[in-house]
Design a protein around this ligand. Structure first.
Ligand code: JHZ
Length: 391
């Protein structure tokens, strides 16, 4: 399926940069052999992860709390060594590693985007600015011991060379160590029709079956899976060296559920495609109708996901007046491809729009709790996952 011409999801820009805007075709496919759902044209990672990366994990309080839980769980379940060593691939601003650091656990964050890595360092996290691959893994091994846990969140699906990730993990992991990562889940995306999970950074949308297939050939077994509510439906995967740990029944159960859901069948993706098209048409019709009636429509959260929605739907500043976002590096720029102004949160509060499109729908509970005044003032939310509705 093709979502058409697409810019880099987090490449918020200034008008003087319009001439240099990079576009590629956002098209997807599912591998007939390993079952991995993936984007076909994969932009070079250097275009996305650099010294001006726009996404900071700490922008969501609930995600910060989630990472404290995640770290606590890894420690309780797996860190029984005397002086354990934890490595995080893609540590961003250190929201997860901080929890290990605070308990005096030896750690290292590997992060290719220098600006978010600097934020992690500011929080006392030991970081290396680099992409993760087998060479990085060897360099870490040369200075540190093997890792008792390699952790990641919303990162492994960002790395086009999955075989290199697997080689690096095998190289770095202690014999009884675990590799734990969580990512948006294919089963949830298909169930909810949340096509906005598909953008340049998400090279893959994993399932239990595809993770099992991809890592098995590198001697890594999928030993557990744990569904997560974060980011609109994610899955936590736990892997270990072949034979080192027993697989929990949840793995076989998840794979069986995926077969039942039809994740391996082409018809599932045909249905998904028509659902995306209907969702796009419904959202465009709704917003254009409201605009024709003279209503003001703004967006809430200039998410990476919104780049797919806005470009796929062809919505621009004539449809959406501005998008408010709390991330300083996104503010006073415009959205990639569609050039809608991104304004600080204060712009939203100072002059509430009639309707706000909830682009950060994955943070709905956190945002709605914060925005009771907007609703009380007559403001309405436009949501588009799983269906286009006004509340
Ligand atoms: P949010 C990013 O996706 C990118 P995005 C990445 N590729 C990924 O996989 C996921 O994260 C995990 C703002 N906001 O979390 C902050 C408010 O303004 O949905 C963010 O810019 N007010 C690594 O970008 C955006 O919304 C708020 O109250 O789709 C949320 O982005 C809150 C809670 C957020 O991730």
């Amino acid at each position: 399926m093709s979502f058409g011409r697409m810019p880099i999801a987090n490449a918020f820009l200034k008008p003087c940069q319009f001439g240099d805007e990079y576009f590629y075709e956002l098209a997807t496919a599912s591998c007939g052999s390993c079952g991995t759902f993936q984007i076909i044209d994969q932009p070079d990672p250097g275009k996305m992860f650099h010294e001006a990366y726009a996404f900071f994990t700490r922008t969501s309080k609930r995600m910060v709390a989630h990472f404290a839980d995640y770290a606590g769980w890894v420690q309780r379940e797996f860190l029984d060594a005397a002086d354990p060593f934890v490595v995080e691939i893609g540590c961003n601003d250190g929201a997860m590693l901080e929890n290990f650091a605070k308990r005096g656990i030896r750690h290292l964050g590997i992060e290719p985007s220098a600006n978010v890595a600097a934020e992690a360092a500011r929080h006392g996290i030991r970081t290396t600015v680099s992409f993760f691959n087998s060479q990085t893994a060897r360099q870490i091994r040369a200075h540190d011991e093997p890792a008792d846990a390699i952790v990641a969140a919303n990162v492994i699906c960002h790395i086009p060379d999955l075989n290199e990730v697997a080689r690096g993990v095998s190289e770095l992991l202690a014999d009884r160590g675990v590799f734990v990562f969580e990512e948006p889940y294919l089963g949830a995306m298909i169930e909810k029709g949340s096509y906005d999970q598909i953008y340049d950074e998400h090279v893959f949308i994993f399932s239990a079956g595809s993770v099992q297939n991809a890592f098995r050939r590198h001697g890594l077994d999928l030993i557990d899976v744990l569904p997560q509510a974060t980011h609109g439906g994610s899955m936590r995967y736990v892997l270990a060296k072949q034979g080192a740990r027993d697989a929990r029944p949840a793995v076989a159960e998840a794979v069986a559920r995926e077969v039942q859901q039809g994740l391996g069948r082409p018809e599932t993706y045909e249905t998904f495609r028509s659902r995306c098209e209907s969702s796009r048409d419904a959202l465009v019709d709704l917003i254009r109708k409201l605009r024709a009636e003279g209503r003001r429509v703004a967006g809430y959260g200039a998410t990476s996901k919104s780049t797919t929605v806005l470009n796929y739907c062809g919505l621009g500043p004539q449809d959406i007046e501005f998008i408010s976002d709390t991330t300083p590096v996104k503010q006073n720029k415009v959205t990639p491809g569609t050039h809608i102004p991104v304004l600080p949160y204060e712009a939203f509060v100072e002059r509430y729009p009639d309707y706000a499109v909830l682009f950060a729908w994955n943070h709905e509970a956190e945002i709605l709790a914060k925005e009771e005044k907007f609703a009380a003032a007559g403001g309405r939310w436009i949501k588009f996952v799983p269906e286009v509705i006004v509340t």
